[in-house]
Design a protein around this ligand. Structure first.
Ligand code: NAD
Length: 481
C-alpha cells in the first residue's frame, strides 16, 4: 500500500556533493509506521557505494581539515540557521517517517539547531596543553587533530536529532563524515544533506542509505574510515566492536539503556507520576533514557502504582495524520511483536496494571502499559523493551534500591526522587550511570555530556567531551639545543 497523503517519494543519496542512485540501482521501500504504508524509495547501497562515499570524504578531508575553527564555526552556524528556517518541514517529514506526533517531531528541531550552534562555538575553544621543555633541550607541544573520515551510523528513534548529534562535533573538529541513517528512517537525513549542500563543500558530509548488515558492515570494515560513531542497540554495538577490531578503528558507542527511577518514600508522588507519564512513554518509550524501571519506596509503593496507573490511563495514542495525540506508533510490526512478547512473558510473576495489548488497527501500535511487582532477575527488568512499558518494583531500603538500580548490564541514565538532599547525592554517587537526574528525568542540554557506562557504550555525545572523542592527541617534540 502507498501512503495516501502524497505520491511515493523517490530519493537519491548524497555522495561527494552529487545526488546519486546506488551502484546496483536497487532501492529500499520506506514505510510510514503510523499507517503501514510505503512513502518512499531510497537507494539500497552496498560496498561499492560505501567505497565511493569514503573516497569523496577522504578527498574533502584534505581541504576541510585545513580550515580554521572560525571557518568551520561559521559554516555550522549557517547550517543551524538553515535547519531552523525549515524546522516545520523537517519535523513533519520526521513525523511521517517515524510515526511520531507531529508537534513533538517539530519540537525536536530546535534541539538539533542548538546542538550545532554549541559545537560551532566549542570548535573555537579546543586546545592542547601548554608547550614546555620536559626534557632538557627538547620542546614538547600537544596538538589536537581531527581523525579523518568518520562513519556515523544513526538509529531510527530520533533520526534527525541523532544525525545532528553526530555531524556537529565531527565536522567542528575538522573531520569529514559518511552518515548512514537507519534503513527505516532515512528521509530527514537526506533532507539534512539537501540543506547542507548549499553550505558545506562537496564531500564534507555524505549521506548514504541502506541496511545495517550491508552498508553499516561495509563502513565498519572500510580501511578509509578512521572512526565509527554508532547509536543503536547494544548487540549492534558489540558486533561493530568485533568487526572494527580488524582495522583497529576508534569507536564511539551510544547503545541501549534501562533507566532506573528511584522514588523514596518522601517524594511528591503526584509530581513523580506525572514525570513518568511523560518521560517513561515519550516517543512511545523508544528512548534509550526512558524512565522505564521505577523502584518505589516501601511505604508508598501501592499508592504510587495506583497514582501512576491513573496518569497512564490518560495517555492518548494514534496516527499523527489523524489528530494530535500524546503518542504516535511504534516503529515497525516486528517491534510491536517484540514488546508484546516481553509483556506476555512478564505476566508470569508480575501484574499488568494498565495496558498490555496491541490494538487491531492499521499501523504499529501498543498500549501504554504499567507492570507491577516483577522479579529483579526477570527479562522485563533486565532487558531493554524500547516500548511504552514501565515497571514498578518495591524496595525495602536505600541499599537495596542502589543494588537493584545497578543490577542491569546497562548504565546510560537514572534518576532519584527525594527531598533529602544528602540521600540524593549519596545515591547519585553510588549508581553506575552516565547521567543521574535528581527530582527530574530526561532533561538534556548541549553543554553537558550524554553517554553510557557498562554495556550502554563509551564516548560522549554533546558537550566539549564529544569534541575530544572526535579528535586525536599528537605529541610534537623538537630538539631546540
Ligand atoms: P539498531 O542497532 O538496530 O540500529 C542502529 C543503526 O545501526 C542503524 O543505522 C542500523 O542500520 C545500523 N546497524 C545495524 N546492524 C549493524 C551492523 N551489523 N553493522 C553496522 N551497522 C549496523 O538500533 P535501532 O533499533 O535503530 O535503535 C534503537 C537502539 O538505539 C536502542 O537500543 C536504544 O537504546 C539505542 N539508542 C541509544 C542512544 C544513546 O544515546 N545511548 C540513543 C538513542 C538510541
Amino acid at each position: 500500500m502507498t501512503d495516501t497523503l502524497t505520491d511515493v517519494m523517490t530519493r537519491q543519496q548524497f555522495i561527494g556533493g552529487a545526488w546519486v542512485d546506488s551502484a546496483s540501482g536497487e532501492t529500499l521501500a520506506v514505510e510510514n509506521p503510523a499507517n503501514g504504508r510505503v512513502i518512499a524509495n531510497v537507494p539500497k547501497s552496498g560496498a561499492e557505494d560505501v567505497d565511493r562515499a569514503v573516497k569523496a570524504a577522504a578527498t574533502a578531508f584534505e581541504t576541510w581539515s585545513q580550515t580554521t575553527p572560525q571557518d568551520r564555526s561559521l559554516m555550522l552556524l549557517r547550517l543551524a540557521d538553515a535547519i531552523e528556517a525549515r524546522a516545520e518541514e523537517i519535523g513533519r517529514l520526521e513525523s511521517r517517517n517515524a510515526g511520531k506526533p507531529t508537534q513533538a517531531a517539530i519540537e525536536e528541531i530546535p534541539v538539533v539547531v542548538d546542538n550545532l550552534r554549541f559545537f560551532a562555538g566549542a570548535a573555537r575553544t579546543m586546545e592542547g596543553k601548554a608547550a614546555n621543555e620536559y626534557l632538557a633541550g627538547h620542546l614538547s607541544m600537544i596538538r589536537r587533530e581531527p581523525i579523518g573520515v568518520v562513519g556515523s551510523i544513526a538509529p531510527w528513534n530520533y533520526p534527525i536529532m541523532m544525525a545532528g548529534w553526530k555531524v556537529g562535533p565531527a565536522l567542528a573538529m575538522g573531520n569529514t563524515v559518511v552518515l548512514k541513517p537507519s534503513a527505516r528512517t532515512p528521509l530527514t537525513a537526506l533532507l539534512l544533506a539537501e540543506i547542507a549542500a548549499e553550505i558545506l563543500p562537496p564531500g564534507v558530509l555524505n549521506v548514504i542509505t541502506g541496511t545495517g548488515d550491508e552498508v553499516g558492515t561495509e563502513m565498519v570494515r572500510h580501511p578509509g574510515i578512521g572512526m565509527i560513531s554508532v547509536t543503536g542497540d547494544t548487540d549492534t554495538g558489540k558486533k561493530i566492536a568485533r568487526l572494527a577490531s580488524e582495522t583497529v578503528k576508534r569507536l564511539h558507542l551510544e547503545l541501549g539503556g534501562k533507566a532506573p527511577v528511584i522514588v523514596f518514600d518522601d517524594a511528591d508522588l503526584d509530581y513523580v507520576a506525572e514525570q513518568i507519564r511523560y518521560f517513561g512513554y515519550w516517543n512511545g518509550g523508544q528512548d534509550c533514557t526512558a524512565a522505564t524501571r521505577i523502584l518505589a519506596g516501601p511505604q508508598i509503593y501501592e499508592k504510587f502504582v495506583a497514582t501512576l496507573a491513573d496518569q497512564v490511563k490518560q495517555i492518548t495514542f494514534g496516527d499523527p495524520a489523524e489528530g494530535e495525540y500524546d503518542l504516535g506508533s511504534l516503529i515497525a510490526r516486528g517491534h510491536v511483536e517484540k514488546v508484546a512478547g516481553m509483556v506476555e512473558r512478564a505476566r508470569v510473576g508480575a501484574e499488568v496494571v494498565v495496558g498490555g495489548h496491541a490494538p487491531e488497527r492499521p499501523g504499529h501500535y501498543y498500549e501504554p502499559t504499567v507492570i507491577a511487582g516483577a522479579d529483579q532477575r526477570s527479562e522485563i527488568i533486565q532487558d531493554e523493551v524500547f516500548g511504552p512499558v514501565v515497571t514498578v518494583q518495591r524496595f525495602t531500603d536505600e541499599a537495596l534500591a542502589i543494588k537493584w538500580a545497578n543490577d542491569v548490564r546497562f548504565g546510560l541514565a537514572a534518576s532519584v526522587f527525594t527531598n533529602d538532599l544528602g540521600r540524593a547525592f549519596r545515591v547519585a554517587k553510588a549508581i553506575q550511570f552516565g547521567t543521574v537526574w535528581i527530582n527530574e528525568h530526561f532533561t538534556l542540554v548541549s553543554e553537558m555530556p550524554h553517554g553510557g557506562f557498562k554495556e550502554s557504550g563509551w564516548g560522549k555525545d554533546q558537550s566539549a567531551y564529544a569534541l575530544e572523542d572526535y579528535s586525536v592527541i599528537k605529541h610534537v617534540m623538537a630538539k631546540i639545543s
